[in-house]
Write a protein that binds this ligand. Structure first.
Ligand SMILES: Nc1ncnc2c1ncn2[C@@H]1O[C@H](COP(=O)(O)OP(=O)(O)OP(=O)(O)O)[C@@H](O)[C@H]1O
Length: 418
């Protein structure tokens, strides 16, 4: 049977049932598909942009978080009570919040403009250091704001798909340092967390297939929207309470124009090295085929799903790159032949010979030997159309600029880490 169609619905959380943990308790219900609904253009939801942040005083008493723990709210922003930290990303903290209006829980990404400024070295990091003229500061602030707004524009366009993390609201007050991006909560967090030298518990093939198929649909939609994710890895795949996997973190995504996806993406080595294809490891390769790059990273991700570790691991990036370029990888004997075949095809070192999404969707392992065909591209990619003009104006400059500041940040981080 083809996979059922899906779309988004506001979620309520069974507080007593939800525990943030690894895969175990979901193994059982992995293949009982979450209730999904129609994918069509009318599913488009409006993302609210709120320009006044009006309160940070907290009056709320102890509440119960979606994970069943008693939490004392740390503060609130507009209708959202801040409950606890979920994680930290390049842009700042991600916190669990609960909305007074809907009673629902969300993940809130808190982006500090001043932190961004420091991170990207647009302005002096130390108070009392050499200062920029006021006009230049204003210009920099405008640029930072424009960057964030454009990234929001990208997310808006992508947020309609059930396998892409959904942006709900953006709170941005010109008088405030912080921008708050409210996302639907993915209650179970990253699908798997990979630490070098400490293998995670591998998924069964059945569970891996379920999650992999979710990601394939999300990735097909991204590529359809001419966006290369560039940083696919288990940590950037988040699981909802319905056990649906969604692609998140578009911090280093790349936008391409129709016709220039072949070898058209600049090789600025922003992705996580463990998931980098050989062509991106090779310094001399300046332009990459973005779709092939995402396929390789997805192949490494699938390998992680069933091994609990990456095919090549080394603390040294130089050694890691050497292995990725020169060495083959070992697969577990227990894997089915069809899965081994798919892994070899996805992690084919020559990007020109690497399997692409249309073939992946009909591969015997993915379809469980034809018993579970995947939905067609037409069914999967039927969301609101974006005009060429919108793409040119809203997306491309955004992604290029984000890439630029991300690479600046990454290199300054490398420098600080060294
Ligand atoms: N919608 C969400 N639901 C649940 N957890 C989330 C959500 N969005 C992000 N997180 C968690 O918050 C943490 C930070 O996420 P974020 O996307 O900001 O950065 P990252 O992917 O960790 O890092 P980077 O941006 O540097 O690649 C991650 O651990 C992620 O699991």
């Amino acid at each position: 049977m083809p996979q059922r169609k899906t779309t988004r619905q506001p979620k309520t959380i069974g507080l007593s049932l939800i525990k943030r943990s690894k895969s175990e308790e979901f193994d059982r219900k992995a293949t009982s598909h979450a209730p999904r609904h129609q994918r069509n253009a009318s599913t488009h939801q409006r993302i609210v942009e709120t320009s006044v942040i009006y309160s940070k005083e907290e009056t709320l008493a102890t509440v119960i978080s979606p994970w069943g723990d008693a939490e004392r709210a740390q503060g609130h922003v507009n209708q959202y009570h801040i409950l606890k930290d979920i994680g930290t990303g390049s842009y700042g903290r991600v916190v669990l919040v609960r909305s007074d209006q809907t009673g629902l829980y969300y993940a809130c990404k808190i982006i500090s403009k001043s932190r961004l400024r420091r991170k990207f070295r647009f302005m002096p990091a130390q108070p009392g250091g050499p200062s920029l003229p006021a006009t230049q500061k204003t210009c920099i602030d405008d640029e930072i704001m424009a960057t964030i707004k454009r990234e929001v524009a990208v997310l808006k366009k992508l947020s309609m798909h059930p396998n892409i993390v959904n942006l709900v609201e953006v709170l941005d007050d010109a008088k405030e340092d912080n921008i708050y991006m409210i996302f639907d909560l993915c209650e179970y967090g990253p699908v798997m967390e990979i630490t070098i030298g400490q293998p995670a518990r591998p998924f069964s093939e059945e569970l891996a297939r379920k999650y992999f198929r979710d990601v394939v649909l999300g990735l097909e939609y991204l590529h359809y929207k001419r966006i290369i994710h560039r940083d696919l890895k288990p940590e950037n795949l988040l699981r909802t309470a319905e056990n649906v996997v969604q692609i998140g973190d578009f911090g280093i995504s790349h936008m391409f124009d129709e016709g220039d996806d072949e070898e058209g993406m600049p090789n600025n080595k922003n992705g996580s090295p463990l998931y980098c294809p050989p062509e991106a490891c090779l310094g001399e390769t300046r332009k990459l085929n973005g779709k092939s790059l995402d396929i390789w990273s997805l192949g490494v991700t699938l390998y992680c799903f069933v091994h609990g570790r990456c095919p090549w691991e080394d603390e040294s990036v130089v050694e890691l790159c050497r292995m990725i370029v020169n060495e083959s990888f070992a697969v577990s004997d227990t894997l089915s032949d069809t899965l081994k075949d798919l892994l070899y095809r996805m992690m084919e070192k020559n990007p020109k010979n690497r399997i692409q999404l249309p073939q992946i969707k009909v591969h015997a392992w993915v379809t469980n030997n034809g018993k579970e065909p995947m939905m067609s591209t037409d069914e999967n990619c039927v969301f609101e159309d974006v005009t060429e003009e919108e793409v040119a104006q809203a997306f491309r400059p955004a992604m290029m600029f984000v890439n630029k500041i991300m690479s600046k940040f990454k290199s300054s981080q490398d420098y600080e880490d060294a």
